[in-house]
Design a protein around this ligand. Structure first.
Ligand code: AMP
Ligand code: TRP
Length: 326
């Protein structure tokens, strides 16, 4: 029986990269078999940074197609768009009223985003309460994410506990799930920065939809230690490349280290490019074959299924808080 609920989301902004794949999507695939899973395209989160309307529409469909091409199965999981289910925004608002400003001010992603975003919008500040609503609406047990989201899940847990204590048990307290090697992939050009959709230097990011030629090119210029041979500083840029290798080839990082001991970085990089291309190839093939109309049908179905759970939780929340119901 599928008793445990799983929820995760990806923002349709910028282009998805191998960090999203290894940190998040690969885990989604593992769990869809034996969980009641909800995979969301979080467009309301994407607009916390200004988006071009046409781009937002395009990227939203692109994320849905990547979910499907990666192997998420709409027969087994609910795949849907956040803005199609108004309960998310509504519970997000309610949770704002239960969240002290100080807790939001501590969020690292907010502080980083403010440093980059001009203007820093109020939505960016309230981003984690909307994320808490996403998770809590489905009485989620597990949230597979990259390491950068741990703080947000911690916040969702404290909001849920606060609500349950004050108004009575409604929310399930969610747990994050991290991938061992892929939970924090760094830029391959600027290894002190996280690989991110908003990275300024395109050489640092390997896109999920990048062509083999682009992947070879970027990996060739990836930063390594200065020695010619595979003899690396554990705090330097090489462990990140090893993690990408391990995630793409589905082996442990320690196995990669053994395999390349004594080899040159050039040999390692050639091999890294090939395993990365091979890991992404089936997804890219399926992506190209997807018909947009079929994808829209799946999203339409998600729009009908997700509220069946979300609206029930929201109704309970409102009842417990004292909203008058007709
Ligand atoms: P985002 O790109 O912020 O919408 O993130 C979508 C998912 O990918 C979240 O679970 C993130 O934690 C994960 N993620 C984003 N960047 C990375 C990265 N560089 N390494 C590992 N996971 C990541
Ligand atoms: N905040 C997440 C990110 O930046 C995306 C997200 C929104 C999410 N809602 C979620 C992830 C709910 C997991 C569960 O990556």
């Amino acid at each position: 029986m599928k008793s445990q609920v799983l929820f995760s989301g990806i923002k349709p902004s910028g282009s998805l990269h191998i960090g999203n794949y290894l940190g998040a999507i690969k885990q989604f695939l593992k769990f869809q078999e034996n969980h009641d899973a909800f995979f969301c395209i979080v467009d309301l989160h994407a607009i916390t940074v200004p988006q071009e309307p046409e781009d937002l529409r395009k990227k939203t469909l692109e994320v849905a197609k990547i979910y499907l091409a990666a192997g998420l199965d709409p027969q087994k999981s609910t795949i849907f768009i956040q803005s199609h289910v108004p309960a998310h925004a509504e519970l997000g608002w309610i949770l704002n009223t239960l969240t002290p400003m100080g807790e939001l001010q501590r969020m690292t992603q907010y502080k980083d985003a403010v440093a980059k975003a001009k203007p820093a919008l109020a939505g960016l500040f309230n981003y984690p309460t909307l994320m808490a609503a996403d998770i809590l609406l489905y009485r989620t047990n597990k949230v597979p994410v990259g390491n950068d989201q741990l703080q947000h899940i911690e916040l969702a847990r404290s909001i849920a506990e606060r609500f349950n204590n004050k108004y009575g048990e409604v929310f399930v307290i969610p747990e994050p799930i991290l991938q061992k090697e892929g939970s924090r992939i760094m830029s391959i050009a600027h290894p002190d920065q996280k690989m991110s959709k908003s990275e300024d230097d395109p050489r640092g990011t390997i896109g999920i939809l990048d062509s083999p030629a682009e992947i070879r090119e970027k990996i060739k210029s990836a930063v390594t230690d200065s020695a010619k041979n595979f003899d690396f500083d554990p705090k330097g840029p090489v462990p990140n490349l090893i993690n990408i290798y391990a995630g793409a080839a589905d082996i442990a990082a320690s196995e990669v280290e053994i395999q390349f001991k004594g080899k040159t970085y050039a040999e390692f990089k050639d091999s890294l490019a090939e395993v990365t291309i091979k890991a992404l190839e089936p997804l890219q093939d399926r992506y190209r074959k997807l018909d947009d109309r079929d994808v829209l049908k799946i999203l339409h179905n998600g729009k009908e299924q997700a509220p069946l759970v979300a609206n029930k939780t929201l109704a309970e929340v409102k009842e417990k808080m004292g909203f008058l119901t007709p």
